[in-house]
Design a binder for this molecule. Structure first.
Ligand code: ATP
Ligand code: FE2
Length: 333
């Protein structure tokens, strides 16, 4: 196969991003560019239509910048990939429209990709891990996953809100900037006292809304933000690492791969490494810019799919707001 060059468009929620990726000779994938614009709500949560309008304004410039950074023209592309779901309808439709227009102009096929699978595959594509248990910890999703029978099977997940949403909701109430994960990480680095928070693991599943309520109560009771942030991280991440370890033991895998925006957190990475080391396994995490929502991960998965001959006819390119990880037939592995 001649070297393929795939441009990927991400716009499932707060981030519009465009990246370009290409397969390397070593079986891994190279990221040639990755340009993002994050929409931040003036107050409260994300407003899908306002975010979509911002993405519509940002995407043409991001596409030009991504092509420029990779030093290629649209005509050199082999395909245009886009995040087909899951996500917010108006945001998804904006990215899909941009992808259709660009694919039509460049005369290349579309590849509609699953955003969650892209968070996972960007790790396997850029790191030296082969068949890991996956810990996907992001804003909307918290899942422990392993590949089996041609699909990414969800072994455990949050029973209520995603871990990132818990962090962001706590941050919103506590007056931290959005997204709150990085601010909580910074505060936690100065905390030391472990305050009581509910540790909620049921089998392979976790739950975070009780922790959110309890953390907000600690704040009303006058506990320091550094100690609350420290405690949230210690308890919330310990829950994740426990279910990840159980999944590794269960399916007999000795690799763990983190993905999603919360995997940008150094304390989570450290806890995962300690757990892996203690059981003679290895833990992997993608570069920080490839953990949070980004176009490069969409391009990477698009390139993997294109390599396996998977493309998306325009007639099948409608967005899928509730596109689940385990619905995807993984024909490229
Ligand atoms: P999903 O992938 O479930 O659709 P998303 O696309 O909204 O969610 P991502 O960009 O993958 O999310 O992740 C965003 C989340 O990551 C936010 O909740 C943010 O607070 C969190 N996050 C980012 N950096 C950090 C960090 N350093 N520590 C903890 N959380 C972080
Ligand atoms: Fe995401």
């Amino acid at each position: 196969m001649a070297t393929s060059l795939v441009l990927g468009i991400e716009s499932t929620a707060h981030t519009a991003s465009v990246g370009i990726a290409s397969p390397g000779r070593d079986g891994r994938f190279r990221v040639l560019s990755n340009r993002s614009a994050v929409w931040r709500p003036p107050e409260g949560g994300i407003h899908p239509r306002e975010a979509a309008n911002a993405h519509a304004e940002a995407l043409p410039g991001l596409i030009r910048e991504a092509l420029g950074e990779a030093k290629v023209t649209a005509r050199a592309l082999s395909a245009v990939a886009f995040a087909q779901g899951p996500g917010l309808g108006p945001c998804l439709r904006t990215g899909a429209s941009a992808a259709r227009a660009l694919a039509l102009t460049a005369g290349v096929p579309l590849v509609g990709v699953n955003h969650c699978v892209a968070h996972l595959e960007v790790g396997r594509a850029t790191l030296a891990c082969e068949d890991p248990v996956l810990l996907y910890a992001s804003g909307g999703n918290t899942q422990v996953i392993a590949f089996a029978g041609g699909r990414y099977r969800v072994f455990g997940e949050t029973l209520d809100i995603g871990i990132g949403n818990m962090l962001d909701k706590f941050g919103r109430e506590a007056g931290l900037p959005f997204p709150a994960g990085p601010a909580i990480e910074e505060l936690a680095s100065r905390g030391s006292e472990l305050l009581p928070l509910p540790y909620s693991v049921k089998g392979m599943d976790v739950a975070y809304s009780g922790m959110l309520t309890a953390a907000l109560q600690l704040r009303r009771d006058g506990a320091g933000m550094e100690d609350i942030a420290f405690s949230i991280q210690e308890v919330a991440f310990a829950m994740l690492v426990e279910v990840a370890e159980r999944a590794m033991a269960h399916v007999g895998r000795d690799e763990l791969l983190l993905g999603g925006g919360v995997a940008a957190n150094a304390r989570l990475v450290e806890m995962a490494e300690v757990m892996a080391r203690e059981r003679g396994a290895s833990s992997f995490v993608p570069e920080r810019r490839l953990c949070v929502d980004n176009g490069a991960m969409i391009a990477v998965l698009g390139a993997m799919m294109l390599g396996a001959g998977v493309t998306t006819p325009v007639g099948e390119s409608a967005v899928r707001q509730r596109f689940r990880t385990d619905e995807v037939e993984v024909s490229w592995r």
